[in-house]
Design a protein around this ligand. Structure first.
Ligand code: NDP
Ligand code: 8X3
Length: 256
């Protein structure tokens, strides 16, 4: 049953990987879209693809989640245009580098914290009050298995994803007494541009992350996100962990 047809979903980080796959999966459910990311050409191409294939409304915006002013401006614009999102998918995020904490790069830490934690907070602070005022809506955060278990040299990235989990749980209790739902979808290894970004464009090193086993694809995570969004109003999936069959924890990965 399609309960979300005709609704509007706002997706951060829609130009690649999980965010792009979620845009495609929501579009297939005839959900209208507000797609945000920094790469304009990719946004334009995705808008054309989805509007043509599904006849939905797609608004795109070149947008950096690290700006609270931009988040507030967008929220005001959406409210004025009668386009308050029914679903906010906080997906934009990244890991940068992989080194022991005492050898870490402070600029990398700041970019991860600014994007993964503060970006999610800014978007939520801007959009969630409109959902609370309407007493309906759904915030879905993309967490990670890295927010459940730390791994060597994951330190600050792990901390950002532990923070996402704490914020999901915090919002959940803060929203008690409203009909607004909050969920987290926490994947294991997904083959996207994530490792290319982490290793600063070193595609060979990035490819080795996904060798010898079958990782998740963005589409697998998108199916889970749509499942979470499509539950009846009285049902909330608070936290859904989704792993490749070959991966049993942050530490147990079966490579052939
Ligand atoms: P990708 O690198 O493939 O995609 C990341 C997306 O985020 C891109 O669309 C990028 O677009 C956007 N983005 C990055 N920085 C910003 C910013 N400052 N403002 C707005 N958009 C931004 O990675 P994934 O799809 O893999 O990652 C998506 C989420 O999933 C992240 O939160 C990640 O932590 C999480 N995750 C990933 C896993 C994996 O194994 N891949 C596993 C578990 C969780 P642009 O550059 O155009 O702005
Ligand atoms: C991304 C998955 O294991 O590379 O969150 O941290 S992992």
């Amino acid at each position: 049953m399609n309960r979300i047809k005709g609704r509007t979903a706002l997706i951060t980080g829609a130009t690649a990987g999980i965010g792009k796959a979620c845009a495609q999966a929501f579009a297939a459910m005839e959900v209208n879209l507000i797609l945000l990311a920094r790469r304009e050409e990719r946004l334009d191409a995705l808008k054309r693809e989805l509007e043509r294939a599904h006849g939905i409304f797609v608004l795109t915006k070149v947008f950096d989640v690290r700006s609270f002013a931009a988040a507030l401006e967008l929220a005001a614009e959406l409210e004025a245009d009668g386009r308050v999102p029914d679903i906010l998918l906080n997906n934009a995020g990244k890991a940068l580098g992989m080194s022991k904490l005492h050898e870490g790069d402070v600029e990398d830490w700041e970019e991860m914290i600014d994007t993964n934690i503060k970006g999610l907070l800014y978007m939520t602070r801007a959009i969630l009050p409109m959902m609370v005022a309407r007493n309906s809506g759904h915030v879905i955060n993309i967490g990670s298995i890295a927010g459940h278990q730390v791994y060597p040299s994951g330190n600050v990235y792990n901390a950002t994803k532990f923070a996402v989990r704490a914020l999901t749980e915090g919002m959940n209790v803060d929203l008690a007494g409203t009909k607004v739902r909050i969920s987290s979808v926490d994947p294991g290894l997904v083959e996207t541009e994530f490792s290319e970004v982490r290793f600063r464009g070193d595609t060979e090193r990035a490819a080795t992350v996904y060798e010898g086993y079958t990782p998740l694809r963005g589409e697998d995570v998108a199916e889970a996100v749509v499942f979470v969004a499509n539950r009846p109003e009285h049902v909330d999936i608070l936290d859904l962990v989704i792993l490749p069959t070959d991966q049993r924890s942050a530490h147990v990965l079966h490579k052939a």
